[in-house]
Design a protein around this ligand. Structure first.
Ligand code: BGC
Length: 764
């Protein structure tokens, strides 16, 4: 018979129990349980709940299902409703309405034996209703404060709608533009990736204090996908990652560790294997490294059916074996696979999994529910009125618009083709499949963002130039994948009547994101055919590219007059892009992934190794060097690169001393930065270093600091960076992280290929 307990009565019971019982801290194969919060009172409450639970109920807490919805409203899928009714679900994701979430919570809290509230998760990746530029784009702003704010806004909107947990930030390093999931990350660099990971965790969770999880404006965050999901061979999603522990630790792990250090409450295991061990079964990764070495005390969720996939991976005989491997590795919650709930009780009875491991996993999950305040009021996040007030507010729209303009990257701008100012008196032909499109703008992981509400570029430009001297003509010219001679003729006719052409081209939003891998990353041929015809009119052509990955723009770079990389910009796309095109915002974005000259160069990244046969970039054709016969080894556009409507100069780079000790020391780097052009603008000043000799080979350059600064036309300013011994530490031959003595170089640069302002120094 079901017991009906109201949450208040329940909580009283919990507190009473906690007060009289002496709480037993569990110990297990995974060691003594240590709480995430370190709060003894919460630990006691957690233990008092645990004491009431049957083994089956405990395993239920380790089980997550995805909600399914009928067109008429929320309908729970038959698969999981019986589990919910028996109190055997810890978390549900993809439940997307206050009404639906309330109903599910009601069943859990009021109609099950113990009434333990459900944790509601969702992929809130770059916005919930207000959709911000895709994470890869936002990272190009190098504006950490802005990224923290957009994560905060996403949390405010989602938490008002009953969501408590987001599966973000995705912090996987992306070196392979074929891989569609590069759109979710912050690009190729571990240093920048770590800073962005930190900003996003702080944004979602409301700061470093665990108590901020109680706020109704924050979400529990997830660092994903642990680990090296982005190192998939040949860019194929879910594919094998084969990489050394050096590369894992020096390149791939730092952003996850930064997420941990920022206080992320959960991690998600990645689908891939690393060096023969799928992450979901990797005890070294999930327990020895994550918990014992880093000291992570939250919980780990598998990825979607990641546990079941241990069978096709070939390390589990069957799903029962898969569940055992996963839980013994340190996975606390099974996302949608139902392996834990089906098999773990039996495995415990057989002694293959210890009940103490189960207890520890459950404790960590319950603790998050306490921290989120769900035990005090399981309905606290559900408030239609608050949801209405906190959705797509004018302030959120303003932030989104600013996020768009600061994320776009000006890749080429011959003869100052851009901006087209309101006073220019020009007639502009607006062409291309993505010019009057709102559907693609939000990109692939668009939360609950209404694609119809996103502002097309055509609309943004029309509003921008309204009442000005600029005249606009529009012709589509082609769809994303097809065109006809009539459509091209119409676009060409528009171009002939205009002074300048702006063409919005690119990918379908479905071509990036999960399971969206491309081996040809050029613009589709019909779009290039259209661009060729437009160029033949002799009019200057500006290409605005929308994509979820760096594309091969070699032909466009040769042919077009200007190129503006606008990614997938989200809700305010049209307005933010119009601000840049009209020169109301001077572009300040800098690439966070190298753009290849062709797909054959991939993986290509600036922080590569020198090799024993390095290429002289002034003479790349010398034989028997690490070069190509048919193209340069350099990217088309390097990491850190981006133009502005003004120009900048960096000069007089200096350090306060030439030698640095391996421990507890620092040098101060200064340089003069000047806006050498005629308009105000922002520059991202980048500090790179190189260790020339070490116990293991080191990258030819590594980003160690950056500052985004605004300078008025003609203004100059001194920038100062502090470089500590710790900043130069890495995992060397003995796999210990430390700073090794050696000859060093540093650069204060405008991008990763900028070698002016080079300084030698030494670590001793
Ligand atoms: C993705 C995760 C995502 C999950 C839930 C998986 O397929 O890899 O990133 O959080 O689905 O939607």
């Amino acid at each position: 018979m079901r017991k009906y307990i109201t949450s208040t009565v329940y909580v009283l019971a919990v507190i009473l129990l906690a007060a009289c019982g002496s709480p037993s801290s569990g110990t297990s194969g995974n060691g003594k349980w240590q709480s995430f919060s370190g709060d003894k009172r919460i630990e006691q409450r957690v233990d008092s709940v645990l004491k009431l639970m049957t083994l089956e109920e405990k395993i239920g807490q380790m089980t997550q299902f995805s909600a399914n919805w009928s067109i008429t409203g929320p309908v729970m899928s038959d698969d999981f409703q019986p589990y919910l009714e028996k109190g055997l679900i810890g978390s549900i994701f993809n439940a997307t309405s206050v009404e639906g979430i309330r109903r599910m919570q009601q069943i859990a809290v009021e109609e099950t034996r113990l009434g333990i509230p459900i944790l509601f998760g969702q992929d809130v990746i770059h916005g919930y209703k207000t959709i911000f530029p895709i994470p890869l784009a936002e990272a190009c702003s190098w504006d950490l404060e802005m990224m923290q704010r957009t994560a905060e806004i996403a949390a405010i909107e989602a938490a008002s709608d009953g969501i408590n947990w987001t599966f973000a930030p995705m912090v996987d390093i992306g070196r392979d533009a074929r891989w569609g999931r590069v759109m979710e990350g912050a690009g190729e660099d571990p240093y920048l990736g770590s800073k962005v990971a930190e900003a996003r965790v702080l944004g979602f969770q409301g700061g470093r204090d665990v108590n901020s999880l109680r706020e109704l404006t924050t979400l529990l965050a997830t660092g994903k996908h642990l680990a090296a999901y982005g190192a998939a061979e040949s860019g194929r999603d879910y594919n094998t990652a084969e990489l050394s522990e050096h590369t894992l630790r020096n390149v791939y792990l730092p952003p996850y560790q930064a997420a941990h250090e920022a206080g992320v409450g959960t991690f998600m295991a990645s689908f891939n294997e690393i060096n023969g061990v799928p992450a979901t079964a990797d005890r070294w990764l999930m327990t020895e490294m994550l918990r014992n070495e880093w000291g992570f005390k939250g919980f780990v969720v598998s990825d979607y059916t990641g546990v079941n996939e241990l069978v096709p991976h070939g390390v589990a005989r069957d799903e029962k074996h898969a569940a055992e491997l996963a839980v013994n590795a340190g996975i606390d919650m099974d996302m949608t696979g139902a392996t834990f709930i089906k098999y773990l009780a039996e495995s415990v009875k057989e002694g293959k999994v210890s009940e103490k491991s189960i207890d520890n996993a459950v404790r960590s999950i319950l603790e998050m529910k306490f921290l989120l305040g769900l035990f005090d009021d399981p309905y606290r996040y559900l408030d239609e009125e608050r949801a209405k007030q906190n959705t797509m507010t004018p302030e959120f729209m303003e932030t989104a618009r600013k996020a768009v303009s600061s994320s776009v990257v000006l890749l080429k701008n011959d003869n100052q083709t851009l901006p087209v100012t309101k006073e220019s008196g020009k007639t502009v032909a607006l062409i291309g499949p993505l010019m009057n499109d709102s559907i693609n703008l939000n990109g692939e992981w668009a939360g609950l963002g209404d694609r119809n509400k996103s502002v097309p570029i055509l609309k943004g430009l029309t509003e921008k130039y309204e009442g000005s001297t600029v005249r606009l003509i529009y012709a589509e010219g082609s769809s994303i994948t097809e065109t006809t001679s009539a459509k091209i003729a119409e676009a060409v006719a528009a171009a002939r009547r205009a002074d300048i052409v702006i063409a919005a081209m690119g990918e379908d939003f479905n071509w990036s994101g999960e399971a969206a891998v491309r081996t040809d990353i050029r613009l589709p041929e019909p779009q290039r055919e259209l661009l060729r015809a437009l160029k033949e009119t002799g009019k200057p052509v500006v290409l605005v590219t929308l994509s979820g990955r760096p594309l091969d723009l070699s032909w466009e770079d040769e042919t077009m007059d200007a190129i503006l990389q606008a990614w997938f910009p989200g809700t305010q796309g049209g307005h933010g892009i119009a601000d840049v095109i009209a020169g109301d915002y001077n572009p300040s974005g800098r690439l966070v992934m190298s753009f290849p000259r062709n797909v054959g160069q991939i993986p290509i990244y600036y922080n590569q190794k020198n090799t024993g046969r390095p290429v002289d970039l002034n003479n790349e054709s010398v034989d028997y060097k690490s070069n190509y016969l048919d193209t340069s080894i350099t990217p088309l556009y390097p990491f850190g690169y981006g133009l502005s409507y003004t120009t900048f100069g960096i000069s007089n780079a200096q350090i306060d001393k030439k030698t640095l000790k391996t421990e507890d020391d620092k040098i101060t780097v200064t340089a003069n930065v000047r806006n050498t052009g005629e308009v105000d603008g922002e520059i991202v000043v980048q500090l790179y270093t190189r260790q020339l000799v070490a116990s293991v080979t080191r990258p030819v350059k590594e980003l160690k600091g950056f500052q985004k600064i605004a300078l008025k036309a003609g203004q100059s300013r001194q920038v100062t960076f502090e470089l500590t011994s710790d900043d130069l530490a890495f995992y060397g031959i003995d796999m210990q992280k430390k700073t090794e003595p050696g000859n060093m170089k540093l650069w204060v640069a405008q991008h990763s290929a900028d070698n002016s302002n080079e300084i030698d120094f030494w670590i001793e």
